[in-house]
Design a protein around this ligand. Structure first.
Ligand code: DX5
Ligand code: ZN
Length: 213
């Protein structure tokens, strides 16, 4: 079985010293860096944008896993790809019938395309898009904030999606992931874990990352 990929979410990092926190997770063995982009419309919170991604690109070799929690994501694909994103994930709830077009747009930038669903969205709704995306992100909390409690019922969507994904695709979970909930998700088929609070608020980042796998 291939290694489970850890993608620390910088939403829980120290924004006044991001470089230090990013280097610490890179040294601790994380493979990706999860960057949460929020617009105050799709979710009730505002976080970071293109210039921050561009600055982060200069200080790390980690693969940049950009999670767009925004309306009209198609307007921002090219700017985020140019800023150095390696994967761009957007929400099905924000694109609906435009979903295939947005997946193609991301791939045309030469990077990986991820499609995400919120807790209330059934996996059956995205069935036809599953084979087209490089990554499916199953939200295990309502998007918008770090530090929320894992919703068990969301993990039940994972086997349905896994069984329809092409080989070498990623199945990612995000929200409330810790050393216990990570195991639930991996045994249900997840191979990429996002964790914010659990990693950045821990005493020892390296042992926190190790305990997730
Ligand atoms: C929430 C974000 C998550 C968040 C996860 O909307 O998409 O990436 O940072 O934070 P934790 O791991 O603390 O639940
Ligand atoms: Zn996220």
């Amino acid at each position: 079985m291939s290694k489970v990929i850890i993608s620390p979410s910088i939403l829980s990092a120290n924004f006044s010293n991001l470089e230090k926190d990013i280097i610490s997770v890179e040294k601790a063995g994380a493979e990706w860096l999860h960057i949460d982009v929020m617009d105050g419309h799709f979710v009730p919170n505002i976080t970071i944008g293109v210039p921050v991604v561009k600055s982060i690109r200069k200080i790390t070799n980690l693969l940049l896993d950009v999670h767009l929690m925004i309306e009209t994501p198609e307007k921002y694909i090219k700017p985020f790809a140019d800023a150095g994103a390696d994967i761009i994930t957007f929400h099905y709830e924000a694109t609906k019938e435009k979903t295939e077009e947005v997946i193609k747009l991301i791939k045309s930038c030469g990077i990986k395309a991820g499609l995400s669903i919120k807790p209330m969205t059934k996996p059956e709704e995205i069935e036809k898009y599953i084979p087209l995306a490089d990554l499916i992100l199953v939200m295990t909390v309502e998007p918008g904030f770090g530090g929320q409690k894992f919703m068990d019922e969301c993990a039940k969507k994972l086997p349905y999606i896994k069984s329809r994904q092409p080989e070498n695709s990623f199945l990612q979970v995000d929200g409330g992931i810790n050393d216990v909930t990570s195991k639930i998700c991996v045994s249900a088929g997840a191979n990429s874990l996002v964790a914010g609070n659990y990693i950045f608020k821990s005493e020892n980042v390296e042992s926190a990352i190790r305990s997730l796998r």
